[in-house]
Design a protein around this ligand. Structure first.
Ligand SMILES: Nc1ncnc2c1ncn2[C@@H]1O[C@H](COP(=O)(O)OP(=O)(O)OP(=O)(O)O)[C@@H](O)[C@H]1O
Ligand SMILES: [Mg+2]
Length: 385
């Protein structure tokens, strides 16, 4: 078991820009921490630096109290699981599991015991004599996990281990990982770009953007109280609705709709100004006295839920355009057009029994506590006391 301290770590590749920019994260002993963010945000680079596969430009990484910056990977007591599981095709499952122990010179009795234990944990006992070519994708991935398990490392690092599996298998393996997490309680840093995977597996989740930490929090907190628009937009599906809105006293006007501010929100500093209002699709509900009378444009019936799309007469805002390096790109056709039209499509996720129909007006409500407010320049969450 081990703690990991990442202290002001930066990675600059030779072309100059920082792939990981002054990142600090404390991973507690036994914690399962998930790094999540869009492609290219620096997840793999950070993980590879913890593993010792990539040099650190500046900052320090400690495992327990020891700085490991210059320690070779084999001396770090860390096992890494990759997206491509690269098993030895000519070896049986059992030999694949045993191989890492053999090269490390683990005594046979000890190796036997560990291989048996890992195989049992992962349900591989009936498959021990098969070769990788005779296994399904999920079974192969379990063997890859088993190879890491038998080493009994103090830290697991996992880089998108489920990315190669089809959707159904991925959901199944996600549950397996959750079970293993509880059973093993080994400190783990897990990388994914899938926010659902992040939210279901992480004790805590760290959201990265352009190499910079946006927020490190429990899944619940990340969902309920995102620190900025980027996190708000990245976590949750369908994505949070965003549009420009105007603060007047204790009311916010979004197009033709007026909503009262919740008691715990103070936007006095923004009185008379525009802010960004955020509403999660799942926070809308059908209600006769709701604040939103909307013209339903489209209804997607998904069985247990209905996705309802309706226009709001307000300027749209893209979460990934505000704050961060990407904001330099302002001449985006799509954003311009949507903005000029002063019309933003909003999405509501309603119960499967909801009667909403395209072309029929609908009244929707949102609990004031569920509203999110952001600064239109910085994208930071504002107003909550
Ligand atoms: N060897 C390298 N030389 C130069 N730049 C690199 C190198 N490896 C990665 N990068 C850049 O560093 C940034 C972070 O890359 P990284 O692989 O860590 O992203 P990631 O978050 O893992 O993305 P993905 O989800 O696509 O795997 C990217 O902009 C990438 O282009
Ligand atoms: Mg990666």
């Amino acid at each position: 078991m081990a703690r990991i301290s990442i202290e002001g770590v930066t990675k600059r590749y030779s072309d100059g820009s920082a792939a990981v920019d002054n990142v600090s994260i404390e991973v507690a002993d036994g914690e399962f921490l998930v790094l999540v963010g869009p492609s290219g945000c620096g997840k793999s680079t950070l993980l590879r630096m913890i593993a010792g596969l990539e040099d650190i430009t500046s900052g320090a990484i400690r495992v327990d109290d020891r700085i490991v910056n210059d320690l070779p990977p084999k001396d770090r007591d860390i096992a890494m699981i990759f997206q491509t599981y690269a098993l030895f095709p000519h070896m049986t499952v059992e030999k694949n599991l045993r191989y890492g122990l053999k090269v490390r010179g683990t005594p046979k009795a000890e190796a036997d015991a560990r291989v048996q234990k890992a195989a049992k944990t992962l349900g591989l006992l009936p498959l021990m004599n098969r070769r990788p070519g005779q296994l399904s994708g999920g079974q192969r991935q379990r063997v890859a996990i088993g190879r890491a398990l038998v080493r009994e490392p103090s830290v697991f690092l996992m880089d998108e281990p489920l990315a190669n599996l089809d959707t159904k298998l991925r959901v199944h393996m996600r549950t397996e990982f959750a079970r293993l997490r509880e059973q093993l309680r080994t400190t783990t840093v897990y990388v994914t770009h899938d926010q659902v995977e992040a939210m279901t597996l992480g004790h805590r989740v760290c959201v990265l953007r352009d190499g910079v930490v946006q927020q490190i929090d429990t899944p619940d907190q990340l969902f309920a109280r995102p620190k900025n628009m980027f996190v708000a937009g990245f976590i949750g599906s369908p994505e949070m609705n965003f549009a420009k809105a105007k603060v007047v006293g204790r009311t916010v006007t979004l197009g033709s709709h007026a909503v009262g501010l919740p008691d715990d929100v103070d936007l006095a500093r923004h009185d008379g100004r525009e802010i960004v209002l955020g509403i999660r699709p799942s926070d809308f509900y059908e209600r006769a006295d709701g604040q939103f009378m909307v013209d339903v444009e489209l209804v997607e019936r998904l069985g247990s839920e209905n996705i309802v799309v309706f226009p709001v007469a307000a300027e749209s805002v893209r979460a990934d355009r505000i704050g961060g390096r990407a904001s330099a790109v302002v001449d985006d056709e799509e954003a311009l057009q949507a903005g000029q039209a002063g019309r933003t499509p909003f999405t509501a996720r309603l119960d499967g029994t909801a009667k909403a129909r395209a072309g029929v007006p609908l009244r929707l409500g949102v609990a004031p506590e569920a509203l999110h407010f952001f600064d239109p320049q910085t994208g930071l969450s504002i107003g909550r006391r």
